[in-house]
Design a protein around this ligand. Sequence first.
Ligand code: SF4
Ligand code: SF4
Length: 62
Amino acid sequence: MYMVSLDSSKCEGCGECVAPCPVSLMEMVDGKAEVTGDPAECMGCETCVEICPNDCFTVQEL
Ligand code: SF4
Ligand code: SF4
């Protein structure tokens, strides 16, 4: 099981992380990405980690 967290304070609002997530956990809210889905539904693919230019994402294996 995996859990994703997102540090919105580092987000520059590029939006690049939203569409590639296979379980659609992120949305843009007021110009920044937020995890609006259940963070525990993260599949641990680390696509968001690789895409984000600002290292906003942390994926933990629980
Ligand atoms: S690691 Fe993969 S499944 Fe998890 S939030 Fe990032 S893109 Fe989505
Ligand atoms: S890829 Fe990173 S900087 Fe871009 S919207 Fe997503 S969290 Fe923000």
